[in-house]
Design a protein around this ligand. Sequence first.
Ligand SMILES: *Cc1c(COP(=O)(O)O)cnc(C)c1O
Length: 382
Amino acid sequence: MRFDTKLIHASQPPDPLTGAVNVPIYLSSTFAQLGPNRNRGYVYGRSANPTRTVLESALASLEEGAVGLAFSSGLGALTTLLESVPSGARVVADTDLYGGTWRLLEHHRRMFGLRTDYVDFTDLARVRESVGTGPAPAVVYAESPTNPLMRIIDLGAVAKIAHIRRAAMVVDNTFASPALQRPLTLGADVVLHSTTKYLGGHSDIIGGALVVRRRARGERLRWLQNAVGAVPSPFDSFLVLRGLHTLGVRMRAHEASARAVAEALEPSRKIARVLYPGLASHPQHALARRQMSGYGGMLSVELRGGMPAVRRFLRRLRVFTLAESLGGVESLADHPASMTHASVPKAERESHGITDGLVRLSCGIEDPADLAEDVATALRSV
Ligand SMILES: *Cc1c(COP(=O)(O)O)cnc(C)c1O
């Protein structure tokens, strides 16, 4: 089946009991057993739930992995993954990461002996040097496109480098979604998602997922999923399944919006740079075209006027709402320096390019002309 067909049929197998075309929300914390240690595959809701099972197999199918696992948040998925990495181990990560990922690695796991080295993953020579020097890393970790700078990482090339030292290549695929990019097919070992974003798609749940290429690693992580316990409710599992049905059409609409907004902003003298992988001016545009089947709905823009310009711009937006998060049907604007990435120290932030003038836009599925007008009008007030 092609991807758009899988979106419907992998996430919507008729219920075996009744034939209902949508999986029921099985609200039961426990399951009657046939005899001591004999059961129908379900024992206790943390270990497995039938609604969650359908979501997990849909995620595995869409990302082309052996095992899918759903979690109560993206960070719940990351926490569980990091529980498989012992203290004293080393992680090599890209410099541009979701703020909460950085917070967990730096402000929590470093205290317990997990060392993370950060290198610019757009520079493969530096990745090779860091991965190849010192103790072999347990995990090599990247997002692509990155948050919020929209850099594109050559995932196949980085996976090859990781595998020379038998490290697991983990890719946070939240920004692209499997509709635009499938890292496991490029050589990654584990894909991580915040299903809060495009997979859920409607800004009404918090959820996460891991999809694992090889069954053995997937089963170890499934064991940890139960041992750690950061699992989603049956209702949230249902809502992500519901979101998956429209992922294909939504991603196409998100992209049309982002393109219209990027093209409305790019010519302005008040703008230092528009970071959107679909623009020919993007430094990794050719790589994005090769690695992804679309450029997605996220873009960042740097206003020349710094914080005062940002304040005016954000105040004048009418269709975009100032809010954290992304990937929902409604357009959202974010100021990384003071919002999503405030936990990253200012010097570190700025050295990576997250300046006070940077605004991140999650372009929704409203009429692209209204979105383009909204940013153009807001820019006139700057
Ligand atoms: C939101 C986000 C996360 C964290 O997910 P939660 O569901 O908020 O816990 C991780 N990575 C990226 C890229 C995100 O955007």
